[in-house]
Design a binder for this molecule. Structure first.
Ligand code: SF4
Length: 563
């Protein structure tokens, strides 16, 4: 560890409020790793929740480490990483626990392990090396591409499962069985745990999967995800506040999980079901804390605007002397009252997600939003003085045609025109920011069988949208790089063999094009191939409580009912 890094870590800790530093003694030691920059990890409420969950266990100690890709503004930590709190090398911890919300961070997992001198392949890891585990939405959807490098995944929500797992692991460490015995025991006893080494994969001659089976009949055939019944029974809010976080001015509090709307592209909407809302009484202590820290309260959740007490929650923050921000707002939930509360809270920009430019395509997505909803929401917001709107659209959607791209352009122009008209005589409307992302098929959604649209075609569509809206005054267009969407799809839909590509990317220090050429595996097989409805998909051994027949029915409906 360099002196510069040590000094930087001290500065980071000095500006944090709420971090925990325990004496090591004989505690179970966990290093919670976020495979991206500090500022991004600290803005992730799931990451913070796990930190607090582990440190709340009297027999356990949890410290943090981050991977900061070069050029991201932080010092790179890939080499000899140490924990932030006590500057210990990762090798000295009992467990390295990764929290992984985004697939494109997988190479950083390998870089952190290698930098720490920990064997990359889980099967080659020695008894004295830390246990490497992972959780988070990306691996909860499909852990397979990372499965060669991880000893144990936790599938689903962590609140109950993680303390169970930690207690069992500590007990096992005291008794001292070998690594495989220990993993076997954990797999057998803790629901939601998935130890890839204890499951074997078979393939058909055409390269598709045949099955994923446990190596022993005493192990569960399917991995059942964990979920919490009553969100109000515990708190999920920010434990560490720091100006170094991407959302440094916010105090984050989770108000809901799951969504009943059933948009056909949305993995979070499906795998976090059933829909659960945290009651106002359970949220009030979080609001009080956040307001006392002088922060704006960030209300987070899968479908925040469907919270039955949303207006009450917002009022509660305002009456407590604070202000709030919402992570998302469905257009059919923007009432005059809601827009007024946003204005009172000083919100300047509101994000809305039509997702598609035509009603036909929104119906394909099952978005449940009409043009009336869009313009009614716009009217309420502009009437209340909101002067900036961010619009989320996707391109490359199933059944999309040129007419839908034209529809996206037309709808944006109409929104712009309407916003300018509505703001006449008031402070002028300032800006529409268009965020146009490529649709990426995700596991456990009705579109999981659908291929990604070819990168070259998406580039053409993006060029067309940017050109058409170039001279539209206050409209700005932003989009992802299509190349990274290809990689994300590969890592979202890939099976265990995709781990070979990840290992090669690591060897080649992040050079994806070289790695894709070198590994004898056709990435288009995962990305551009329409999957068969009867195919065994890489994640089909995970039970999220979603009936595959329902997904098939929804997919067929999307493709056939909206000509
Ligand atoms: S409303 Fe939002 S959270 Fe719910 S399913 Fe649709 S996109 Fe997902």
């Amino acid at each position: 560890m360099s002196w510069k890094q040590h000094k930087r870590d001290q500065q980071l800790l000095a500006q944090e409020k709420g971090y925990c530093r325990k004496a090591w003694g004989d505690k179970l030691t966990v290093c919670l790793a976020y495979p991206n920059a500090y500022r991004i990890g600290m803005a992730n409420l799931g990451y913070q929740a796990v930190y607090s969950l582990l440190n709340d266990l009297p027999f356990c100690l949890c410290e943090r480490v981050f991977f900061s890709p070069p050029g991201e503004g932080d010092a790179p930590r890939g080499k000899s990483p140490v924990s932030l709190e006590s500057q210990k090398p990762l090798k000295e911890f009992d467990i390295i626990a990764f929290s992984i919300p985004f697939e494109n961070d997988y190479p950083h997992v390998l870089a952190l392990l290698a930098g720490a001198g920990i064997s990359l392949q889980a099967s080659l890891r020695k008894d004295f090396e830390p246990l490497v585990m992972a959780g988070g939405i990306a691996v909860t959807l499909n852990p397979e591409p990372l499965s060669s490098f991880i000893d144990l995944f936790l599938i689903g929500e962590a609140e109950e499962a993680l303390p169970e797992l930690a207690a069992l692991y500590r007990e096992a460490l005291i008794q001292g069985p070998d690594r495989r015995e220990l993993l076997f025991d954990v797999q057998r006893r803790v629901p939601g745990v998935y130890v890839p080494q204890l499951y074997s994969v078979s393939y058909r001659p055409d390269g598709t999967l045949e099955d994923v089976q446990p190596v022993d009949s005493s192990l569960p055939r399917k991995i059942r995800r964990r979920w919490e019944k009553d969100l109000s029974a515990f708190r999920t809010d920010q434990v560490i506040s720091t100006p170094g976080s991407e959302f440094g001015d916010l105090f984050l509090a989770e108000v809901s999980r799951g969504c009943a709307r059933g948009c056909r592209f949305c993995a979070a909407g499906f795998v976090y079901r059933p829909v659960r809302f945290r009651r106002k009484e359970a949220l009030e202590p979080s609001f009080v804390r956040g307001i006392a820290e002088g922060k704006r309260i960030g209300l987070l959740g899968t479908a925040v605007s469907d919270h039955p007490q949303l207006a009450d929650l917002c009022r509660c923050v305002l009456e407590g002397g604070g202000t709030f921000a919402l992570s998302s707002l469905r257009m059919d939930r923007v009432s005059a009252e809601m827009a007024g509360l946003l204005r009172e809270s000083g919100v300047e920009t509101v994000a809305l997600a039509p997702e598609a430019g035509t009603q036909r395509l929104r119906d394909v997505l099952n978005k449940g939003i009409s043009e009336d909803h869009i313009f009614s929401a716009l009217e309420h917001l502009v009437q209340q003085g909101i002067r900036q709107i961010r619009l989320y659209f996707m391109v490359g959607l199933p059944t999309e045609t040129e007419a839908d791209i034209e529809g996206l352009i037309r709808l944006t122009r109409k929104i712009r025109h309407q916003a300018l008209q509505l703001s006449k005589g008031k402070k002028p409307f300032r800006r529409i920011t268009l965020s146009v992302n490529q649709f990426i098929p995700k596991p456990f959604t009705p579109f999981q069988w659908h291929p990604l649209e070819e990168v070259k075609d998406v580039k053409k569509k993006l060029r067309r949208i940017k050109k058409a809206l170039h001279n539209e005054g206050p409209v700005q267009v932003f989009h992802d790089l299509p190349k990274w969407n290809y990689i994300q799809t590969l890592l979202s839909l890939g099976d265990r063999r995709v781990g070979q590509i990840l290992a090669e990317v690591h060897q080649l220090e992040g050079n994806w094009s070289q790695a894709l050429k070198k590994v004898p595996l056709n990435p288009d097989f995962y990305v551009y191939r329409p999957k068969g409805l009867s195919e065994f998909l890489p994640w089909d051994f995970i039970d999220h409580g979603i009936d595959k027949a329902v997904l098939i029915r929804e997919y067929r409906k999307a493709l056939s009912e909206y000509p």
